[in-house]
Design a protein around this ligand. Sequence first.
Ligand SMILES: NC(=O)C1=CN([C@@H]2O[C@H](COP(=O)(O)OP(=O)(O)OC[C@H]3O[C@@H](n4cnc5c(N)ncnc54)[C@H](OP(=O)(O)O)[C@@H]3O)[C@@H](O)[C@H]2O)C=CC1
Ligand SMILES: CC(=O)C(=O)O
Ligand SMILES: [Mg+2]
Length: 647
Amino acid sequence: MMSLNTSSVVKSSISGVSRTQSQSVRLSVRRPMVVAMVNSNGRPERSVGVSVDGAVKDVNAPVAVEVADSESKETTAVVGGGVEDVYGEDSATEDHFITPWSVSVASGYSLLRDPHHNKGLAFTEKERDAHYLRGLLPPVVVNHDLQVKKMMHNIRQYEVPLQRYQAMMDLQERNERLFYKLLIENIEELLPIVYTPTVGEACQKYGTIFKNPQGLYISLKDKGKVLEILKNWPQKKIQVIVVTDGERILGLGDLGCQGMGIPVGKLSLYTALGGIRPSACLPITIDVGTNNEKMLNDEFYIGLRQRRASGKEYAELMNEFMSAVKQNYGEKVLIQFEDFANHNAFDLLEKYRTTHLVFNDDIQGTASVVLAGLISALKLVGGSLADHKFLFLGAGEAGTGIAELIALEISKQTNAPLEEARKKIWLVDSKGLIIRSRLDSLQHFKKPWAHDHEPVNKFLDAVKAIKPTVLIGSSGAGQTFTKEVVEAMSSFNEKPIILALSNPTSQSECTAEQAYTWSEGRTIFASGSPFAPVEYNGKVYVSGQSNNAYIFPGFGLGLIISGAIRVHDEMLLAASEALAEQVTQEHFDNGLIYPPFTNIRKISAHIAAKVAAKAYELGLASRLPQPENLVAYAESCMYSPKYRNYR
Ligand SMILES: NC(=O)C1=CN([C@@H]2O[C@H](COP(=O)(O)OP(=O)(O)OC[C@H]3O[C@@H](n4cnc5c(N)ncnc54)[C@H](OP(=O)(O)O)[C@@H]3O)[C@@H](O)[C@H]2O)C=CC1
Ligand SMILES: CC(=O)C(=O)O
Ligand SMILES: [Mg+2]
């Protein structure tokens, strides 16, 4: 046996005295190992890979470790043996300060509790011997496929979607590779659980169901310390951040800090659908308070119990956050703004799009997915985009974002000025049709849509007055596409295109069943949250899901593989085209304008390739030289949840 002394600076506050002292860790090495010093934040302070001959290696195996105080030069404790109260666990009370240092070794019990490396019953006999797992697992060894089969069996036992959500989150925290294999192989069934609609309910009840924290929380209390907080996150190489401030969670409004379910859910789709490594993903919630009385009065609420900060206070925290992200992760970390309220969302995007790699999923990702749906819908209804007339219910982030991208595409196709193209698009907000006489009182993002028209207050009247060929719901207000609205659409269109984008299902403008029934089976329908197939007059109608989940995973992958430094609108158009190209004749024959999610990883690779190609074309790519076959390159970069073999 040989010994090795490595010095580390340890912050100690035993007995309430906070001091910094130098300790040395004496490692009595019996075999190759990896030791990580871990502090109370779980942040590894020092990782040491040591082989028997003293060479540094990346190896995994347990070891007996002695911790000695260099000042006294006496061995104070033996970890993994002995009966001393090493960490003051027995003597300390809540009034005593102790420093929860531990030495974590990636083997045995701790290996089973490390979601990144745990394989559960799939550890082989050899691995059980080599990594001190024998006895910690029952004797059976099963393969990954059987684990998936069993988990699906278990999840299907739960009838309540929220219970399925919790089972999925538990799995993610227990065995990451099993979680992703399950999700990828059962995407159609599990998407509504980890994503809309169930994630909406999870956010509403997040405080009650909260177990282990996921993601990073940055609150007003942390002003001046944001960089420090980022450094507390265990992973250092982050490629994608999804950040929310929780003010507009789906169509459910202000859920404050409990909006964390959204960045967590979106990032699990980045991995499952777009192949971004889980360790490169960072969910963040910025907590500036909430104006939701229910949350403020809920004793289990997990956020700051105060009203939302705004103005200078809000801007300063966001600015500190954006600077800290760039300082910590560099120029090429992708920041996806998600579910901010529109009074902040447009300004944040405008402010940071020229200095950071940012995009707003609700404004831009949604625009891209809807444009893709419309491009493919044209194959069913005929004509070009410019031949159609569009009416939106909802003139916020989603509505005006989509409208602008449609106008951009029409302008590109027809060489008409953007202002001309915009005239084909009408929007209704909570005060009625957006028209020129309202111009002075309109928020800036609505102004381009203020066309000449008489005032129209009721949505049904707007439908009858404008006679659109395409109706898009982006209001977050459920059941607003009434029978009269759908019947009106069907009276002047042979095949009305109706997109009910609002999430979750409770906020959908209408259900698939209503759309097909009220249009006598003639509508081309898609919705933000999924609906089961509908039988009408003996025929089965399968509706598509018009959700930005088709876009952002592949879009992000494209930015990452090309090393893009900024997002450009042309990239969104490229993503739309790539998605629309994936719709086959068979899909059209079934009335679908989106391909099913079952092929999403292939679809994401195609989107990534087109987005990357655009980044190269625009001179915004930094990964040089450009790979010859971008689709193959994108596929080769994608994370696979296959288990690793451990030595
Ligand atoms: N399918 C998908 O991929 C996506 C779906 N969405 C969904 O779209 C919805 C809206 O999101 P977002 O655009 O960000 O929200 P915003 O708050 O930015 O915009 C909502 C708009 O709807 C209007 N509105 C609200 N209620 C009514 C009503 N009863 N009648 C008429 N207009 C109304 C508002 O009017 P006013 O301006 O007057 O207040 C506002 O213009 C949400 O449900 C969200 O989940 C969002 C992004 C992606
Ligand atoms: C899908 C989405 O991003 C939303 O509803 O906000
Ligand atoms: Mg969103």
